[in-house]
Ligand binder design. Sequence first.
Ligand code: AMP
Ligand code: MG
Length: 344
Amino acid sequence: MENKIIETKILTTSEHDIKTAAEIIRGGGLAAFPTETVYGLGASAYDEDAAKKIYAAKGRPSDNPLIVHVASAEQIKDVALEIPKSAARVIEKFMPGPITIILKKKDTIPDTVTAGLSTVAVRCPDNGTARSLIEKAGVPIAAPSANLSGKPSPTKAKHVINDMTGRIDAIIDGGSCRVGVESTIVDFSSERPVILRPGGVTYEDLKNAGVDVDIDRHILETIDAKETPKCPGMKYKHYAPNAEVIVVEGEKDAVQSKIKALISENKGKIIGVLTMFGADYDDAVMLSAGDTNRKYAKNLFSALREFDELGAEIVFAEFCERDAYALAVRNRLYKAAAQRVIHV
Ligand code: AMP
Ligand code: MG
């Protein structure tokens, strides 16, 4: 589909503006909105043509399905054939919240939304603006992250404005996203539930709630282009800033001396350091990831975009496992680094 340049309205989170965005979506248009994870790019999940516009606006490959957002757990029945017991437990414990469940789909959802799969990914966000928008639209909203395909997911309205102005009808500015990485995806469509993507609801959270899940082995690996992963999004290059990202993982002193050595090996280049330990490196632009993995998740995508703006050619990312968000952060960080990880 050809991209025409369209006028993009910048909206607030007022009742009036959410209503405007809801009308755009009901009318077959596209509106970006804040959620607790990242900003979403929404269209009616019942409208095949509107879904096609999402793929065109993002430059998203058509075999990478969209997540369907609902305003309440009740609404899941409108899009899914059945809800297995373990999925019901997840709905009860974690929805609304940063988790997406994969269920067998109903015919109400067109194939374009699910990229031809017989399953549908469903999520109920806990962000008030997002839920109000879905309610007012009166339809479930299909929404991937509101970035250009291949760029880091947007965690602030300005990221969406940079990527999507002229491509979509409206952007609701709802400030910074609380979680900062995309939702946890759990597949309930086959025998045992499997985490396909780690996120704000952690493996430990699920275990503690009595939900017995496996973790897909691809989470910390790059997918071979010939392989068909369960979560089609896994195989695409993601979160890539212009700079070459190298993760240096381990305890503080070892990480810092390694990065110091790497900086001196790369003299003459514009170097960025994403720091957890608050170190002081000469000859590098520093951005803080925060001293916990939870803060790291919130700051990561925004920092990657900022390094681009600063013209960084190489970014060294300090990483140390500190809490249950480690898996979600590693998954994004390793992808951003195209698996260039140095363990010290
Ligand atoms: P995004 O919202 O841009 O993070 O993309 C949505 C993610 O959900 C992608 O990684 C998709 O591959 C994944 N996804 C959506 N629908 C399904 C589905 N039916 N089965 C497996 N993964 C899905
Ligand atoms: Mg995305």
